[in-house]
Design a protein around this ligand. Structure first.
Ligand code: C2G
Length: 129
C-alpha cells in the first residue's frame, strides 16, 4: 500500500484544498493529512484560523480522498511522521517548492501546482467588502 502524506492549515476548506487532496491521493492508496493545530498556526505561522483545529479536522476527514488526519504541532515532525507511518511520498502545493527537498532522504517529495485563483486569505478579504 503506497502511503502519501501532506500538511496544511486547511482553514475555510475550499476547492483549491480539495484539488490538492484529490491529486495527492491519486499518487497512492492511503492519504494522511497533518493539519496544523491552533497553537502551531498562531505561534509558527501567525495565522489566526476561522475554524478551530477540531472543526478543520472534521471537515478534512469528510473529504473522500482522506484516510487519516493527524495534528501538525511542529515544523520538525515531518521526518518522524514519515518514519512512523512508513510514508512513500510527501506532497505539498508548489507554493512550498523546494522547501522540503531535505525529505528526499526519507521518501519521494512531490510539489503539485496550486489552484491559482482561490485562497483562504482571498476569501476573508472578499467577505470583508
Ligand atoms: N493549496 C492549493 N491551492 C490553493 C490553496 C492551497 O493547492 N489555492 C494547497 C497548499 O499548497 C497546501 C495545502 O493546499 O499544500 C494546504 O494549504 P494551507 O492550508 O494554506 O497550508 P499552509 O498554511 O501552507 O501550511 O508544514 C506545512 C504547512 O503546514 C503548510
Amino acid at each position: 500500500m503506497k502511503k502519501i502524506i501532506t500538511y496544511g492549515t486547511y482553514d475555510l476548506l475550499h476547492y483549491g484544498h480539495v484539488n490538492l487532496l484529490r491529486r495527492a491521493k491519486e499518487l497512492g492508496d492511503y492519504l494522511i493529512v497533518a493539519i496544523s493545530t491552533d497553537d502551531f498556526n498562531w505561534n509558527e505561522k501567525q495565522k489566526k484560523c476561522y475554524f478551530p483545529y477540531e472543526d478543520r479536522k472534521r471537515l478534512v476527514e469528510a473529504v473522500r480522498y482522506v484516510d487519516l488526519v493527524i495534528p501538525e504541532k511542529a515544523w520538525n515532525q515531518k521526518v518522524s511522521d514519515i518514519k512512523e507511518f512508513k510514508v512513500d511520498t510527501f506532497v505539498m502545493g508548489d507554493d512550498w517548492e523546494g522547501k522540503f527537498d531535505f525529505l528526499r532522504e526519507y521518501c519521494e517529495v512531490v510539489y503539485l501546482p496550486r489552484t491559482p485563483e482561490i485562497s483562504t486569505t482571498q476569501i476573508k478579504k472578499d467577505l470583508k467588502e
